[in-house]
Design a binder for this molecule. Structure first.
Ligand code: 4AD
Ligand code: MG
Length: 468
């Protein structure tokens, strides 16, 4: 029965292959129905395989036409068998002339939430179980898929090993105290009893949480099997309701032995460009849609990113540019402060109008593991900043000197004994090494032009929101 079943994305090819007599079976969900007075109907059918709908002509003489056609409202699932033909109407090249129709599941027009009119993204977030049926979220799902695939192929082509780092961990890589705790202790009973928490009674016998980054474990593999990357979900209990932060997001983190900061920057730049090129090649229709409906300068900006070298600039130079800019920022800039999105966007959108890699950040605003520079003030950190988003990649050369690292941990309030294994990598056969992390959802944001990061992941987790 499935010998002639086709996804709509493939149907267009069939006609060009010169197989006009083949009976084609398609299945999907009705987007719209138009009934003609001459006793036939046009159905716009979508199955998510591509942005385009397939127009299906349903002739009145089809058995059961009168009943079925009533049921074919928006959202109804249906299968059609028929022949492809060049379309006489405007707006599509081919259509299916149906000779068989089966309604699989009706969708009551009185209650089906996705009606023909457009819906706000806020409304659709509350309908995350149905929003992939819209053009925007179907396209988002395909682009996200293409980005994920490109991430793997970029590293696989270069011989990097994909390593799986743990989701549950006892260490806070970023040291920012944004860990979601994982426990099997009965918190309600503990609270009622008024007793202090005894972690030795907990599942792992000590405090544990969801990982904020797989970097520390990736470093273990980089310093043994060589170039590697980890790619998975990461979690941060960051109580910030911005358009760029999620509590659960995906991050890809390559880690390379013998790389210094400049090598790290070069790899990061090729990586971003590679992903964009791949998505442009694989999801051309989807990007054209985002360009038309979401962000009018999208394609121009993506082309601009892939065709120029990224600017490389020290943090100190960036601060000077920002101070001399004459802009009135909400957060004033002075040496030593963390840059805000408004500053990153000024650099990438106005001042340079292209991506910028900032490096050598003040040590007090960066994590404990970054390699200290000789000036005593800065560390070998790098952030890749892009227009519309700001930071898309954060990375660094790692501190490979045992004693310097211990001192730095103490300065950051970390207990070196908690990181004994991380320190042993520096004790036994230490090597210079570097790596970075790219946020998947911010990459989806960059490539689709979507304004809110909550619309760049199927089921966003944010403060007070974990539905679905
Ligand atoms: O700059 P971050 O915090 O770096 C790290 O976690 C390092 N351990 C990476 C490494 O060197 N291996 O995060 C890296 C990237 C950011 O640039 C951003 O794209 C994304 O992860 N990111 C977030 N994305 C969505 N929501 C959040 N709350 C994010 N926090 C970071
Ligand atoms: Mg960062």
């Amino acid at each position: 029965m499935t010998d002639s079943l086709y996804p709509i994305a493939k149907v267009a090819h069939l006609l060009s292959l010169g197989q006009p007599d083949e009976l084609v079976l398609v299945r999907g969900w009705v987007r719209t129905k138009r009934e003609s007075k001459q006793d036939f109907a046009f159905i716009e059918l979508n199955d998510g395989s591509c942005l385009a709908n397939l127009q299906v002509v349903v002739p009145g003489e089809l058995p059961g036409y009168a009943t079925s056609i009533k049921e074919l409202s928006t959202g109804t699932s249906v299968s059609f068998k028929g022949k492809l033909q060049a379309s006489q109407g405007k707006g599509q090249r081919i259509e299916l002339l149906a000779s068989e129709l089966h309604v699989l599941g009706t969708a009551d027009p009185a209650t089906y939430p996705l009606q023909k009119k457009g819906h706000s993204f806020e409304f659709l977030r509350e309908k995350a179980h149905l929003r992939p049926r819209t053009n925007t979220f179907g396209a988002m799902a395909r682009v996200r898929n293409a980005i994920s695939f490109a991430i793997h192929s970029f590293f696989q082509e270069r011989g990097f090993l994909y390593v799986h780092t743990p989701i549950i961990t006892g260490s806070d890589c970023e040291g920012a105290g944004q860990i979601f705790q994982v426990t099997t202790l009965d918190l309600a009973r503990l609270a009622a009893s008024g007793r202090a928490v005894d972690y030795s009674q907990d599942f792992f016998g000590k405090p544990a949480g969801l990982t904020v980054s797989g970097q520390l474990e990736a470093e273990i593999f980089a310093t043994s099997v060589g170039d590697c990357y980890t790619f998975g979900p990461t979690f941060r209990a960051e109580n910030s309701n911005t358009t760029r932060h999620l509590a659960e997001f995906w991050m890809v983190e390559p880690e390379m032995p013998f790389y210094e900061l400049a090598d790290n920057m070069t790899l990061a730049e090729s990586f971003v460009k590679y992903i964009i090129r791949q998505v442009m090649e694989k999801c051309g229709d989807d990007l054209a849609f985002f360009n038309e409906r979401i962000e009018p300068k999208l394609l121009e900006s993506l082309n601009n990113i892939i065709s120029h070298n990224f600017i490389r600039l020290s943090y100190t130079e960036a601060v000077e540019i920002l101070q001399k800019s004459g802009q009135s920022f909400q957060f004033p800039v002075e040496w030593g402060v963390d840059l805000q999105s408004e500053h990153e966007r000024f650099l990438t959108e106005q001042h340079f109008a292209q991506p910028v890699i900032l490096y050598d950040y003040p040590r007090q605003i960066k994590s404990f593991y970054m390699r200290a520079n000789d000036d005593g003030k800065t560390v070998r950190a790098m952030d890749v900043l892009v227009p519309r988003i700001g930071e898309i990649i954060g990375g660094s050369q790692r501190e490979e000197r045992h004693d310097v690292l211990v001192a730095r941990m103490q300065e950051c309030g970390l207990k070196p004994e908690d990181y004994w294994w991380y320190l042993e990598l520096r004790k036994y056969g230490t090597v210079p090494h570097s790596g970075f992390g790219l946020g998947l959802e911010r990459t989806v944001q960059l490539i689709t032009g979507m304004v809110n990061i909550r619309d760049c992941i199927p089921f966003p987790r944010t403060p007070k929101s974990a539905e679905f």
